[in-house]
Write a protein that binds this ligand. Structure first.
Ligand SMILES: [Zn+2]
Length: 407
């Protein structure tokens, strides 16, 4: 039987830095890796509608199940599946239970259920409810249920429990997914415990899954390399690895150096929410870029008289018209919905360009040199906080509080 998901590594891929192709046989679609998934909220790319999506390179879309759930509604009424409902018939939909960007501690998990943040409040997600939702939504790929540690303080026993519970849920999810004929990516857990990361990777690899989610959520360390490697060194080469917890450009590069193929694309959304436009480049494109900033803050009054587009080299809708920085600054200041729309179009496009430049760099066998140049070129912000997470000094507090794009 043909597999629904086929992953191939390029022959010249170095052993750990991977250049691959991910083929979805049922849709006859191929995604080049490394790549980012497109981030969504309730299945919609934030700020954009179908017409805005057409010119964008959107192939692999992340959909979060908890955002569709009502607190009490027991049934799933989506007779035509999620693709048609969301007008994303041509996209590959990857469905996971929780949002990797907004993962919060909503309540504790037990052996029987995972606590999720539904529309009306906390809901208990059991393997049976997971199967019901996956059957109704029919995504192209579903992630297994994962007992992610969201506590600020935890004991070592909690990590062992998280690994065991996630494996047990995976087995239940796998049985159902085979009945439903939907491929599964399994969460690889272990949090900060290296031995448990290895055990989780090894035991998960023994299962018949089509890919892995290397779960790094909640790990607040400068370097995550040894945590990533504890997982990836113990996973099979021939299956794709998506990472959670590596969304900034630097973390994406660190992930690639350690054998990751796919990333959540939430950085484009986070940049947009803070009124920023991505301007960083990678590889050959970096040579032509003189800027030391990764993003520019369109709330900043310095752009009120800047009539250049966000990036003259960019082919996105916002830059090709072109809409000037002054106009976008005005739109943000006036709380016009068009402001975040233009920024999101640009940021999704630019994040894709970044991933394309990374793929070229791997093909040319100069990824590590390009990565080093990138890291040196873009100065870190204070306290190593990424630019998109830094409170902008140029935004008056009142303006920021009343911004249309609430987190
Ligand atoms: Zn652009």
């Amino acid at each position: 039987m043909t597999s629904a998901v086929n992953f191939h590594l390029a022959e010249n891929s170095a052993s750990i830095i991977r250049r691959g192709t991910l083929h979805f046989t049922r849709k006859n679609k191929t995604v080049q890796t490394p790549a980012c998934l497109t981030y969504t909220l309730r299945g919609s790319v934030p700020h954009l509608v179908a017409d805005n999506l057409k010119p964008l390179p959107i192939e692999l879309v992340q959909v979060t199940l908890e955002q569709f759930l009502e607190q009490k509604d027991a049934s799933f009424k989506l007779p035509q599946g999620l693709h048609k409902y969301l007008h994303l018939e041509n996209a590959i939909l990857f469905c996971d239970v929780r949002d990797p960007l907004k993962l919060s501690s909503v309540s504790f998990n037990t052996d029987k259920y995972l606590s999720v943040q539904s529309q009306g409040g906390v809901r208990q997600m059991t393997p049976a409810l997971w199967a019901e939702a996956v059957n109704a939504y029919r995504p192209d790929v579903a992630a297994s249920m994962a007992d992610t540690i969201t506590d600020v303080v935890w004991k070592s026993k909690r990590i062992i429990k998280s690994v065991n519970r996630s494996l047990r849920w995976l087995d239940e999810n796998l049985t159902k997914s085979k009945e439903l004929d939907i491929p599964i990516f399994a969460h690889v857990m272990g949090h900060t415990n290296i031995e448990e990361r290895i055990r989780s990777a090894k035991e998960t690899s023994e299962r018949d899954v089509q890919g892995f989610v290397v779960n790094l959520l909640g790990l607040e360390h400068d370097s995550l390399s040894h945590f990533i490697r504890a997982s990836t060194d113990n996973l099979p080469q021939n299956k794709p690895r998506l990472a959670y917890g590596l969304s900034t450009p630097e973390k994406i590069l660190e992930g690639i150096s350690n054998g990751i193929d796919l990333f959540d694309g939430s950085y484009a959304y986070k940049a947009t929410q803070s009124g920023r436009a991505i301007i960083f480049k990678f590889g050959r494109d970096l040579h032509r870029s003189g800027t030391q900033q990764k993003t520019i803050d369109l709330w900043d009054p310095q752009f009120a008289q800047d009539f250049e587009p966000l990036d003259i080299t960019c082919g996105c809708h916002a830059c090709s018209r072109p809409h000037s920085k002054a106009y976008i600054h005005h739109l943000l200041d006036a709380h016009e919905m068009l402001g975040p729309l233009l920024l999101m179009s640009h940021n999704v496009y630019q994040l894709d360009q970044f991933m394309a430049a990374i793929r070229k760099s791997i093909e040319s066998d100069c990824f590590e040199q390009d990565k080093e140049r990138f890291t040196k070129h873009f100065a870190e912000t204070e306290n190593d906080v990424d630019e998109v997470d830094v409170e902008s000094l140029s935004i008056r507090a009142k303006k920021k509080r009343t911004t249309l794009c609430k987190q």
